[in-house]
Write a new protein. Structure first.
Length: 259
């Protein structure tokens, strides 16, 4: 209800109140173990993207952008500058600053994302400005960005969560499996081993959009000399988050990817 009032500019629904309610919501209920991540290898992801280009060009473009530029699903809608639109850094992709749900901006606001691997720019026509701009326009037409003016006059984007779920449901939709991408992407989960015992074998399962971010972090470690600071900046989070959340999966996956 507070979010509903905020979208209509009712002053009682302040960003502070919305943030407090969001924190309460997250702190209640039973603590659950995080769902396992199934992280694809670069070659597996590339085969899947190749097939997806033929199955559905729009979805193929979106997933190629997410995989190559390590975007969060909803950030695709907020691309400000596409590869090839900047003469200074033609391979960079620029994410715009925006106010999101509960008055929050993107986790790091405006940022530049780096392509990895760079060969995907041509392989999936990400550096074809006319093609990419047409795809982005069509994506926004099918799934419009919703905005509302807050009490302080700022513009807020209130359906980022809904937009992100559009991409999530492309890969897995329990209620409407017929709407999923037909070609399934499978990745690998590495169960945590117990010291002194045999290391458990990797488990294969279906990927989710955020698993592509972990796959990018692994590629960055294995194929570049980029600093942790640069990789964290490109992913849109802090160095602490990068080390704690992504390098853990990186270390567990190294054995599989190098075999």
């Amino acid at each position: 209800m507070v979010n509903y009032l905020a979208r209509r500019g009712i002053s009682i629904a302040t960003p502070q109140l919305r943030a407090k309610l969001e924190a309460i919501k997250k702190s209640t209920g039973r603590v659950r173990n995080p769902a396992p991540r199934f992280i694809p290898t670069t070659s597996e992801l590339e085969v899947w993207l190749d097939e997806l280009q033929r199955e559905d060009p729009l979805r193929g473009w979106v997933m190629a952008v997410i995989g190559c530029y390590v975007l969060r699903p909803h950030e695709v809608w907020h691309i400000e500058r596409l590869p090839g639109e900047s003469a200074v850094e033609p391979t960079f992709l620029q994410i715009s600053m925006f106010e999101g749900d509960a008055g929050r901006a993107t986790k790091t606001g405006h940022r530049f994302a780096l392509p990895l691997p760079e060969r995907w720019l041509q392989r999936y026509r990400l550096d074809d400005v006319a093609h990419s701009r047409a795809m982005l326009t069509e994506l926004r037409r099918r799934h419009p960005i919703r905005t509302a003016e807050a009490a302080d006059g700022s513009l807020q984007f209130w359906n980022n969560g809904i937009l992100g779920r559009v991409v999530v449901h492309w890969m897995r939709h329990g209620g409407k499996p017929r709407d999923e991408i037909k070609t399934k992407l499978l990745g690998w989960h590495h169960p945590r081993g117990i010291p002194g015992r045999r290391q458990p074998e990797p488990i294969q399962g279906r990927c989710r959009p955020y698993d592509l971010r972990h796959a990018w972090a692994i590629r960055a470690r294995e194929t570049t000399t980029w600093s942790t600071a640069l990789k964290a900046q490109a992913m849109g989070h802090s160095e602490v988050i990068h080390a704690r959340r992504y390098l853990v999966e990186d270390r567990k996956s190294t054995r599989l990817n190098s075999s």
